[in-house]
Design a protein around this ligand. Sequence first.
Ligand SMILES: C[S@@+](CC[C@H](N)C(=O)[O-])C[C@H]1O[C@@H](n2cnc3c(N)ncnc32)[C@H](O)[C@@H]1O
Length: 214
Amino acid sequence: MTMSPMASPVRSLLLRLAPVAKRILPRPLQRYLLLHVLRVNRGYVPLRSLASRICLETEILPWVSEHCPKVLFVGAAPYTCHYEKLFARGQYTTIDAHPSTAVWGSSDHILAPIQEIRRHRPEGFFDCVVLNGVFGFGVDTPEEQRRVIEVLHGALRPGGLLVVGWNTDRHADPDAAGLFEPFFERVSEPSCMQRRRTFAGETHVYDFYVRLPA
Ligand SMILES: C[S@@+](CC[C@H](N)C(=O)[O-])C[C@H]1O[C@@H](n2cnc3c(N)ncnc32)[C@H](O)[C@@H]1O
């Protein structure tokens, strides 16, 4: 039997030390250990080569970075921590409900459910919210999704941009169900966001909305 470079005794010791490490180690060191020693990103290699993920990383986020001074990215993961580099200092906030993901958040990270964003930032604070992989991964029913859409209407300035990435095999189409009305309408101005983006062989889609006045 061959043992991986991070064989089980060392790995289990590191995992046992994790709660202490979280308290005492600086975040860059925690990330280094998680990514390069425990290699938590291994399972996400196929995801990172999907056309939908490449679209997010090379088209959508760069566009958002160029046009939106204040951006909220919902849901942090080991494969999203480098997104912060696409943004200027102070431009990019992350939020996630789960404490274990805080290490992957931006330097401006909020540990809370998105439903509670009002407790953390004033109304109309953001120019863009990217809600990718949250519907169907914690916010699952039409009722919960509508509540989040309403909350995001409050968090965005009038005319602000909402990017929703979701999977057609995980729940019903929130747009067809009318969940965005009367809070948002689809982007109509010509840009990479003018229409729903779909990807051959994938269930992931992106929809783009403009925040309507209250
Ligand atoms: C599938 S991951 C998506 C990560 C990332 N947004 C992306 O682009 O792939 C789902 C993440 O959403 C978070 N999440 C689920 N429900 C949430 C909620 N109500 N508020 C904030 N984060 C939530 C989970 O903790 C998890 O980290």
